[in-house]
Design a binder for this molecule. Structure first.
Ligand code: NAD
Ligand code: ZN
Ligand code: ZN
Length: 343
């Protein structure tokens, strides 16, 4: 499944089965998730597009180890694994603590995540550059869990970095209850004491938000600011996770965050949030986190194993992937679209 020309539709094409070079691992892909970021990438004009063409899409991947390149140890053919996507150098300070998502050298070294520069998971086979980027799946179902590698990991990373703001009695707002948002709600329920308020523009997504554990669901519109203020006794929300990141949602975030609270801008909706006196409340911080760390991926998979989080999945074959992207663009996917290449 490749993006081949700027502004074009992604296409299913035939390519050579890749051979793993030294240190690389070939996976037979068992599941690959579709993310709204793919739509963002495919919407970029030529002068801002940096991912190379053709680009095999898919930055949420799971598979079975299929072949080992020279010198690879630690995994065996047949092992079920999930792919840790934000590949870093493995050597810098950030990588040393597992935060390859904030690698200080990846850009300079030309290291790019699968599906976002390197060939991705929307294929029958994929190469992973290092065993370090594999996490054992154990008995987790790959189709049900593949999206934990991004739709789970990204909100988990945002939530755990806000933990100190979210004791019992606090309020967390999640804006956008799509692929990432419906997992964000569950993570908040699992690891914090916060009351969770979910906002969306779609009734179906609000129903999903309620089903997965939101205490309150509200339409995302300017008037919601007063509703949240009144739910919180005038205080506001200690953490706002804006998983849309567009100007109108950032304005809701700005006006609902409590003093000393935090706004986490997860969505790539093109908005910015001016921070300072006369814009954000006193003490409030604003952060735009990217993906998550390797250790956090292990933790998210453990949360799923414990039954505390799950991903609502709509399943597609590789041939149906273009249709799945159209549905994602329309906003009618419930949870996450997952492609099963062998199906
Ligand atoms: P999605 O399409 O599955 O979900 C988006 C949701 O937002 C939908 O439910 C939609 O109805 C809702 N929405 C749209 N406009 C809204 C509004 N004005 N107010 C409230 N809700 C609104 O998308 P996704 O795959 O979950 O991705 C969400 C965003 O996160 C995208 O911008 C994506 O690029 C970004 N993303 C960021 C990171 C990161 O590392 N920061 C990682 C993955 C995805
Ligand atoms: Zn993504
Ligand atoms: Zn690094």
């Amino acid at each position: 499944m490749q993006y081949r020309t700027i502004g074009g539709e992604p296409e299913v094409v035939e390519v050579q089965t890749p051979e793993p070079g030294p240190g690389q691992v070939r996976l037979r892909v068992t599941a690959a998730g579709l993310c709204h970021s793919d739509a963002f990438v495919m919407g970029l004009p030529a002068e801002q597009y940096v991912y190379g063409l053709p680009l095999t899409l898919g930055h949420e991947g799971a598979g079975v180890v299929d072949a080992l390149g020279e010198g690879v140890t630690g995994v065996a053919v047949g092992d079920p694994v999930a792919v840790y996507g934000p590949w870093g150098c493995g050597l810098c300070h950030a990588c040393a603590r597992g935060a390859e998502n904030y690698c200080t050298r990846a850009a300079a070294l030309g290291i790019m995540p699968p599906g976002l520069g390197s060939p991705g998971a929307l294929a029958e086979f994929m190469l992973v550059d290092d065993v370090r980027h594999l996490v054992p799946l154990g008995d987790l179902d790959p189709v049900a869990s593949v999206s934990l590698t991004d739709a789970g990991l990204t909100p988990y990373h945002a939530v755990v970095s806000s933990l100190e703001k979210l004791p019992a009695g606090s309020t967390a707002v999640v804006i956008g209850a799509g692929g990432l948002g419906h997992v964000a709600i569950q993570v908040l329920r699992a690891v914090t004491g916060a009351t969770v308020v979910a906002l969306d523009v779609s009734e179906q997504k609000l129903d999903l938000a309620r089903e997965v554990g939101a205490h309150h669901v509200l339409r995302s519109e300017p008037a919601v600011v007063d509703a949240i203020r009144s739910l919180t006794g005038g205080v506001g929300a200690q953490a706002v996770f804006d998983i849309v990141g567009a100007p109108p949602t950032l304005e809701i975030a700005r006006r609902t965050v409590a003093s000393d609270g935090v706004v986490q801008i997860v969505g790539i909706g093109g908005g910015t949030l001016p921070t300072g006196f006369f814009s954000t409340p006193m003490g409030a911080s604003v952060r735009a986190p990217y993906w998550g760390t390797r250790t956090e991926l292990v933790e998210v998979l453990d949360l799923a194993r414990a039954g505390a989080v799950h991903v609502e999945v709509e399943r597609f074959t590789l041939d149906e992937a273009p249709e799945a992207y159209r549905r994602l663009h329309e906003g009618t996917i419930r949870g996450r679209a997952v492609v099963v290449p062998s199906a």
